[in-house]
Write a protein that binds this ligand. Structure first.
Ligand SMILES: *Cc1c(COP(=O)(O)O)cnc(C)c1O
Length: 374
């Protein structure tokens, strides 16, 4: 049986032309015309006065965002609880401590009510980082407003949500700093890479500076700060330029998958798709479902059935407050003793959302799920 993937890279050929150009001109370096071109084209796509710094990974972008937000040793940073660990791990790179904020049910992202409660408990907090899970915009206006009221920088982890909008505005631009990832399974990929964005050009300029070993503009090698080797390579940026041309097409294909699942399960009351706000347009990176906890059908049974059918699937990210490595860290919920992220984790799963899946593949996937409810 043919393997069906969760979300594998989709290449178009144009990527190779940019890479070929890099070879032809011998721009095999962590800078060059593809890097500059990718940064420019990415900013043009985002609009909204975006400035951009291409980096080696989304995680590197988050690390620099922490430094640029003034986060340091023993500081507290609020982070999404229900997310991939890469959202919050960089908090620890600067010696700070994450405090995890629970999700709400409308978008599965950081709950503004829990965030407000956390500000009361930890008024000394230095920054907030919130992810747009699976390509669905969080309640970004509310979160940004709360952060502004407390004069704390807001970092938007848009690694999964490139191209998603909230009332027409691109994700990544709601915070003081936004970050994107081009890892292998993201909606567009460069094999690996990231972008730091901001409406403030001094921020992206400083990011590029720190990513280039904080080398001062002097003939001799002068350093006044500790820097990093986080620049994106000119080859990788070529892949990104080719991919960016197909982003809208990828989003349309992802949306089609989501809508097909939604329609296919609409007669099964126990199944709900991952929700989004009416005023938002997700990029539909991964289609997910939750199953009513009173149903005898459990997500694990469906995942095991997928395994047997050679279909790749994935549980919902395991919440950060449940991770052994973060066992000592605080976790704030809107209602004492009630965890929304745990509820989503225990009742949900990610369905295959690969845009190369055929109609027959989709039918196979839907058939596996439906077989549990007939
Ligand atoms: C992929 C991802 C990252 C990290 O990006 P890398 O490029 O893999 O370092 C960060 N946050 C979220 C939510 C992600 O999904």
């Amino acid at each position: 049986m043919k393997r069906i993937y969760l979300s594998s890279p989709t290449m178009h050929g144009e990527e190779l032309q940019f890479v070929q150009e890099a070879f032809d001109t011998n721009w095999i370096a962590p800078l060059g015309p593809n890097v500059a071109g990718f940064e420019e084209e990415f900013a043009a796509f985002l609009q909204g006065g975006a400035h951009t710094a291409a980096l080696s990974a989304g995680s590197a972008a988050i690390h620099l965002a922490m430094i640029l937000s003034g986060v340091g040793r023993d500081d507290i940073v609020f982070g999404s609880d229900l997310t991939f660990a890469a959202t919050v791990n960089p908090i620890t790179y600067v010696g700070a401590k994450p405090v995890f904020i629970d999700s709400e049910r409308d978008t599965w992202n950081m709950d503004p009510v829990a965030l407000e409660a956390a500000f009361e408990r930890y008024p000394q907090v230095k920054a907030v980082i919130c992810a747009n899970l699976y390509g669905t915009p969080a309640k970004l206006d509310e979160i940004a407003k709360i952060c502004r009221a407390h004069r704390v920088p807001f970092i938007e982890d848009a690694a999964e949500s490139l191209g998603a909008t909230l009332h027409g505005k691109q994700t990544g631009l709601f915070g003081d700093i936004g970050i994107f990832s081009f890892n292998g399974n993201k909606i567009i990929t460069t094999s690996g890479g990231g972008m730091l964005v901001s409406r403030d050009e001094t921020v992206t300029k400083k990011a590029t500076f720190l990513a280039t070993q904080a080398r001062e503009p002097a003939r001799h090698y002068e350093h006044k700060e500790i820097g990093f080797n986080y620049r994106m390579s000119n080859i990788v940026a070529g892949v990104g330029r080719g991919q960016l041309k197909h982003l809208e097409e990828h989003i349309a294909a992802k949306k089609k998958i989501y809508m097909q699942y939604r329609d296919a399960f609409s007669d099964i009351p126990a199944i709900r798709m991952n929700p989004y706000l009416e005023e938002s347009e997700p990029n539909f990176w991964l289609s997910c479902i939750t199953i009513d906890p009173v149903s005898p059908v459990k997500p694990l049974a469906i995942m095991e059935a997928f395994d047997k059918e050679n279909i790749e699937c994935r549980p919902i990210w395991k919440p950060m407050h449940m991770q052994p490595v973060y066992a000592e860290n605080a976790y704030v919920t809107a209602k004492e003793g009630s965890s929304v992220s745990e509820e989503i984790y225990s009742t949900g799963l990610c369905l295959p959302s690969d845009i190369k899946n055929t109609e027959a593949d989709m039918e196979r996937i839907i058939g596996v799920v439906r077989s549990f409810f007939s």
